[in-house]
Design a protein around this ligand. Structure first.
Ligand SMILES: NC(=O)c1ccc[n+]([C@@H]2O[C@H](COP(=O)([O-])OP(=O)(O)OC[C@H]3O[C@@H](n4cnc5c(N)ncnc54)[C@H](O)[C@@H]3O)[C@@H](O)[C@H]2O)c1
Ligand SMILES: [Zn+2]
Length: 375
């Protein structure tokens, strides 16, 4: 590909007629117009984004679209999880209709996971399904949420309960845009990168341990880390697009993590998703050790790496009071299918040897949580 980026990676998500490419590299935002006009030469576009992303990178994207002769307009939503709401969905859908978008035109989701999930879902339901493109701008969105086609919003009943599987036509991940992301959000996104190593790629986890500095300084290693993460996700999604089986492995660390997010009322001042996942992954390894599945050296190694990356690894690092273990277990049980006191969990038999366990006794989880909260 003829781009100004020094290094550009291309990953294909192989889903038959819904297959698409993920472009990863530096300076790709400047190339977005060209990439889009090659894919959909006559399409008009609506860019859906949030205020922070537009302020930092809106002009670059706008210039690139204009240079490629693409007609576009912009819809801005407030930054933050609250925008994944029915009200905001309505406002985006009406905005798309106001812009006289037709089937064959394109929605561009330009932002973090919030914008990607919201704009992707708006595309899925407007005119019974419009094409859309993901231009993820947070690390979490580049390595996780922009790939795989899960779109949706939150309900008062819980997170992501209203949504659709709707695959994008293309993903453009420019690692340069991550330079304006806060340190905290960058680290949180990194937790999802480490997750892929811990699921089934111990070689990748080794590599991450050795390349931490290059990744955190936005060097070439970051592009490699994003590309490998996208490949890992693409491999899982290809096997199990609608999460009937192995896609659940992507939830490693998320059962404990979601419980902690629920327990802190999704207050991002206390805990952001990736931080919950980091703590959750350590807890999943510790719990696996308690169940005699995973050795203590592995547990210590995982914890040491996440700590070295500046991520929290224990619930007591979350500011403010946490509810008791019983309440955390309630959050877990709400999230998971429970039958006769057994829970579904992603556990591990060692580094990069995760598996889906359907028969975890809730009494064991409760004792483990009690011990954890006491230490
Ligand atoms: N669809 C999926 O498969 C999937 C997977 C994982 C997470 N998610 C969803 O993703 C969401 C979390 O995504 P997130 O962590 O990206 O949150 P986010 O979209 O709220 O972005 C985090 C913050 O960073 C800002 N930001 C984003 N890019 C920036 C940039 N380049 N420069 C400066 N600021 C920037 C945003 O404005 C926001 O304030 C959650 O709603 C979660 O449910 C979805
Ligand atoms: Zn996650």
């Amino acid at each position: 590909m003829n781009t100004s980026s020094q290094l550009c990676k291309l990953i294909n998500v192989d889903l038959g007629e819904r297959s698409y490419d993920i472009h990863i590299g530096r300076g790709l935002l400047q190339e977005a117009g060209k990439l889009i006009s090659n894919l959909a030469p006559k399409a008009r576009c609506v860019v859906v984004s949030d205020e922070n992303v537009l302020k930092a990178h809106g002009e670059t994207l706008g210039e690139s679209l204009t240079q490629a002769g693409i007609e576009f307009s912009t819809l801005a939503v407030p930054a933050g999880e609250k925008s994944k709401s029915m009200e905001m969905l309505n406002s985006v859908v009406e905005g798309l209709l106001d812009a006289k978008m037709e089937r064959g035109d394109l929605v561009i989701a330009f932002g973090g996971g919030v914008v990607g999930d919201l704009a992707g879902f708006a595309a899925a339901v407007t005119r019974r399904g419009m094409d859309f493109i993901q231009i993820p701008t947070s690390l979490l969105a580049q390595v996780d949420s922009s790939v795989g086609g899960k779109t949706g919003i939150n309900s008062p009943h819980g997170k992501n309960l209203i949504g659709a599987f709707h695959q994008p036509l293309m993903v453009i991940a420019d690692t340069d845009v991550l330079k304006t992301l806060s340190d905290r959000e960058f680290k949180a996104g990194y937790a999802e990168i480490a997750k892929y190593g811990l699921i089934n790629r111990p070689d990748f986890f080794d590599w991450l341990e050795k390349n931490r500095d290059g990744i955190f300084s936005n060097g070439a290693a970051l592009i490699e880390a994003v590309a490998t993460s996208c490949q890992c996700k693409a491999d899982v999604v290809k096997e199990d697009e609608k999460e009937n089986g192995i896609r659940a492995l992507l939830n490693l660390g998320h059962t404990f993590g979601h419980a902690l997010e629920g327990a802190t009322q999704y207050d991002s001042a206390r805990l952001v998703h990736g931080e919950g996942v980091a703590i959750g992954m350590v807890l999943a390894h510790q719990f696996s050790n308690r169940m005699n599945l995973c050795d203590m050296d592995t547990v210590n190694r995982v914890e040491a790496h996440l700590k070295a990356c500046g991520l929290p690894t224990h619930p007591n690092e979350i500011p403010g009071q946490l509810p008791p273990a019983e309440k955390l277990l309630d959050f877990i049980a709400q999230d998971k299918k429970v039958s006769r006191g057994k829970l579904n969990f992603i556990l591990t038999k060692g580094l990069g040897q995760s598996y889906i366990a359907n028969d975890v006794p809730s009494s064991e989880v409760l004792s483990f949580l009690k011990e954890t909260l006491e230490t």
